[in-house]
Design a protein around this ligand. Structure first.
Ligand SMILES: Nc1nc2c(c(=O)[nH]1)N[C@H]1C(S)=C(S)[C@@H](COP(=O)(O)OP(=O)(O)OC[C@H]3O[C@@H](n4cnc5c(=O)[nH]c(N)nc54)[C@H](O)[C@@H]3O)O[C@H]1N2
Ligand SMILES: Nc1nc2c(c(=O)[nH]1)N[C@H]1C(S)=C(S)[C@@H](COP(=O)(O)OP(=O)(O)OC[C@H]3O[C@@H](n4cnc5c(=O)[nH]c(N)nc54)[C@H](O)[C@@H]3O)O[C@H]1N2
Ligand code: SF4
Ligand SMILES: [Mo]
Length: 746
């Protein structure tokens, strides 16, 4: 059964006009709503509280929710405009089946027929090629209930090893490093600790555009006199107000942290008591950073030695501090080492686990935190347990009422799933809340693999670019069409409330998954009647694990406006600040507050390895990629919200005036950027806010506007995160403003 080739690019051109605007939406004109629903934003990991105004089963606007403690009514442009997406004409209202001709696209099909077809293809593929030949790609925009159900569906219903999720592209470097250093993967401190910190250190995070409410916390700190240090190859909005800005050469952060630690040791800016009593491994680390003298650090990072010394002194002498980082540190083939470097300077300072001191990665996806805890990760079981650990397998098998021997062994990461398709080991795929054709690096490889699948089904509320390649598309639910929980950036579990019913034949995602299980006649364990029932099982499954939710109830979430995990019993208040000496800790038997048997944190030697691809004569510039404030991820949602499209209609390439002069281009000119994998032609934006050896392009667009045509599929050996933040390119003025042909699909 071979797949009909469908070129995404052509489809985008055909469907072009409807992609851009949410014309159908009723705009808030002060009409009295039927009801107002307190819930949270559907986009980033800040999960701002918002009140949705609902009229006739349509979200028509919003009101600020001032009482919700995290954002206190504040919202960014995406949160303000999110309500426009629901009424978009592209909203999937029926299941779709691919027509037998590539020209004709899809036709609506009855929901029950679509489910039957999915089940029979799963059955056929698993019985012909083995259980692991059917893979699942899941997402961290889903509620925690759904992510739990996806893990259970893969491991218990399909018994396939091959499930992974889009958090693999996101916070896994931080997760791996946090587990190595602290034994737990969660922000160490609530954001309220930022406000009273003397120094706030921000590495690789464009907070003003990507975690706007976090910038508000940093501004409040500054108003209280805090000094701000920002490390980024670009002078992002937060960097413009920093006391010390360090314009690091892409891929060198670990060197910088090692250089800072070298100075902390030399000047004795260390908390000896903390290091001795609550950590292990400092001596070996101290020896390893000897080589990173200020002069060598400056030379390797491209930062002036004076600025490095200033930053070290601010950090070293502070009494309270908060260090945050995001993907600029983590999206590297040595992302875990970068994060370990950051954690080392925090531990050496001893400023963690007490008021006004803290550390955390800024979670990206809406449920980036909850979505990485309960079993949709390739090697994971609920409660942050390990699929490879016999005791953990037995614990979860007991909750699920199955034999541990029937649980599959750990599978592979999301990119490796595509390599397995290439090798013919995976023949079928179900994806939910993931758009890999836009979001994975070197995406012409991904397109080729989608064409090799014998069967592919996607669950989404829009026909995203990956779903163009599906055989069956199932209409899932928007955030406001379902209830459940998510865990936001600080580790606070919160409640998402349903505002409207799914339109047409669309269904809540968890119902779709249970319908597939029933059609497979494997419904045991998949007969939940509502998200709360799933949550109650999740609570039991998480009990005794590191990510312990057992004491959290929907009622508690509503009345307390969120509960921080771990929360091991119903009378437990939750744990806003980790690593306080008196904090509850199921693992530590020793005297320390960290999540290892001896209670001590681990220093880890953080080694420098260069990025997988460095500039050379043929490709002399660094390309780094990321985001802009008005678009979200692969753009499936925000490219359909008119006012956000108007703010930033298409990708632009940022370059420094010195480079622009060398290339003979000005703002607005079309340039072509080329890597060893692909090319893109787009307008240039000449800015003084970027290193002259680096160009930046946001990644929210598809087809020939996707910068992931150029990025490299190199991955961190531990976390398997792709190296989105560094590859080598050449850039030149586009001939007659035209785009060269795309390289042939490999
Ligand atoms: N507007 C908006 N907000 C979002 C999202 C979105 O798509 N749009 N997505 C959400 C998600 S899932 C995520 S993961 C977060 C991402 O949030 P961020 O990580 O803050 O955003 P990015 O733009 O990916 O990258 C951050 C910064 O890293 C810098 N950088 C590049 N290379 C390096 C390097 O080698 N070292 C250092 N120190 N910095 C480097 C870039 O210049 C950029 O300013 O945002 C979340 N919020
Ligand atoms: N070049 C480059 N590439 C990157 C990055 C970068 O910095 N540079 N960043 C990476 C990062 S950090 C991330 S997180 C990834 C994100 O990449 P993806 O996860 O692929 O991006 P999304 O746009 O979130 O795609 C999710 C899909 O889920 C759908 N969806 C959202 N909510 C729900 C829901 O509740 N139910 C269902 N059924 N569907 C839902 C949306 O409509 C969308 O089609 O991109 C990565 N790609
Ligand atoms: S900061 Fe994030 S959660 Fe808050 S409104 Fe903006 S996109 Fe939504
Ligand atoms: Mo992300």
């Amino acid at each position: 059964m071979s797949k009909l080739p469908v070129e995404s690019v052509e489809i985008i051109e055909r469907f072009g006009p409807t992609l851009a605007y949410a014309q159908g939406a009723r705009v808030d004109t002060g009409v009295e709503p039927d009801k107002i629903v307190k819930t949270h934003c559907c986009f980033c990991g800040q999960q701002c509280g918002i009140q949705l105004k609902v009229l006739d089963n349509e979200v028509i606007g919003f009101e600020p929710w001032y009482e919700f403690p995290f954002n206190q009514g504040k919202l960014c442009p995406k949160g303000v405009k999110r309500y426009l997406q629901g009424a978009h004409p592209d909203r999937l209202l029926t299941a779709l089946e691919r027509n037998p001709s590539a020209e004709a696209g899809f036709s609506p099909i009855a929901y029950s027929d679509a489910i039957r077809r999915v089940a029979s293809e799963i059955e056929r593929i698993q019985s012909t090629y083995g259980r692991d030949a059917f893979a699942i790609l899941s997402g961290a925009s889903l509620t925690t209930e759904k992510t739990y159900l996806m893990g259970k569906f893969a491991h218990m219903c399909l018994r396939t090893s091959n499930i992974d999720y889009n958090g693999r592209l996101c916070m896994v470097s931080a997760a791996a490093a946090n587990k190595k250093a602290f034994g737990i993967d969660r922000a160490a401190s609530p954001w309220s600790d930022i406000i009273g910190a003397e120094v706030v250190w921000v590495s690789g995070s464009n907070v003003a555009e990507c975690s706007p409410i976090t910038s508000d916390y940093i501004w409040q700190a500054r108003e209280h006199g805090a000094k701000i240090v920002v490390v980024d190859p670009r002078i992002t909005p937060i960097a413009r107000t920093a006391n010390v800005y360090l314009p690091v050469k892409p891929g060198r952060d670990v060197i910088l942290f090692n250089g800072i630690l070298n100075l902390m040791i030399e000047r004795d800016w260390l908390d000896h008591d903390f290091i001795e009593n609550y950590t292990v491994g400092f001596e070996a680390l101290a020896e390893s950073v000897q080589e990173w003298t200020p002069a060598r650090t400056a030379q390797a990072t491209g930062i002036a030695e004076r600025a490095i010394r200033q930053a070290a002194e601010l950090w070293g002498t502070a009494k309270t501090s908060f260090l945050v980082h995001a993907r600029g540190l983590e999206h590297h083939s040595h992302g875990v080492q970068n994060v370990l470097g950051a954690i080392n300077i925090v531990l050496a300072s001893g400023r963690i686990g007490r008021p006004n001191c803290g550390y955390g990665t800024i979670t990206g996806q809406g449920n980036g935190q909850g979505g990485r805890e309960h079993g949709q990760k390739a090697d994971q079981l609920p409660g942050g347990r390990d699929l490879g650990n016999p005791q953990h397998r037995a614990e979860i098998a007991a909750v699920w009422g199955m034999s541990p021997d029937d649980l599959p062994m750990p599978g592979v990461d999301a990119y490796e799933i595509f390599r397995k398709i290439d090798r013919g080991e995976i023949k079928g795929l179900l994806s939910i809340s993931f758009n890999p054709l836009v979001s994975l690096p070197d995406n012409s490889f991904i397109r080729a693999q989608l064409e090799k699948l014998e069967f592919y089904t996607a669950i989404d509320f829009f026909l995203n670019e990956t779903a163009y390649h599906a055989d069956i598309v199932l209409p899932g639910s928007l955030h406001e069409e379902d209830e459940g929980t998510v865990t936001q950036v600080e580790g606070r579990v919160i409640k998402i409330n349903k505002a409207i019913e799914c339109p047409g034949d669309a269904r809540q995602d968890w119902i779709i998954i249970q319908d597939i299980a029933a059609a497979l006649k494997r419904e045991k364990g998949f007969t939940f009647h509502n998200p709360e029932a799933i949550f109650d099982e999740l609570r039991r499954a998480s009990a005794g694990g590191i990510a312990d939710y057992s004491g959290i109830t929907y009622e508690k979430l509503e009345t307390q406006m969120g509960v921080f995990w771990p929360c091991p019993s119903e009378d437990h208040p939750g744990t806003p600040r980790l690593f306080e000496r008196e904090s509850w800790n199921p693992v530590a038997k020793g005297s320390g507050p960290f999540y290892f048997p001896d209670g001590k944190a681990r220093f880890n030697i953080a080694a420098y390895t260069p990025p997988a691809e460095e500039p050379d004569e043929a490709y002399p510039l660094y390309l780094t990629t990321g985001r802009v404030v008005s678009h979200y991820l692969s753009g499936t949602q925000t490219r359909r919200i008119g006012p956000l499209v108007d703010q930033y209609p298409e990708p632009r390439l940022e370059m420094h005036p010195n480079l622009a002069e060398k290339l003979g281009v000005q703002t607005g000119d079309m340039v072509t950027a080329e890597s060893r994998r692909g090319n893109i032609t787009l307008p240039v934006s000449v800015v003084r806010t970027i290193r002259p050896d680096t160009v930046f392009v946001p990644y929210h667009w598809a087809g020939r506007k996707s910068i992931n045509q150029l990025t490299i599929s190199a991955q961190d050996p531990i976390s398997k995160i792709p190296e989105y933040k560094v590859c080598a390119v050449r850039v030149y003025k586009a001939q007659n403003g035209e785009q060269p042909p795309a390289p042939p699909v490999r």
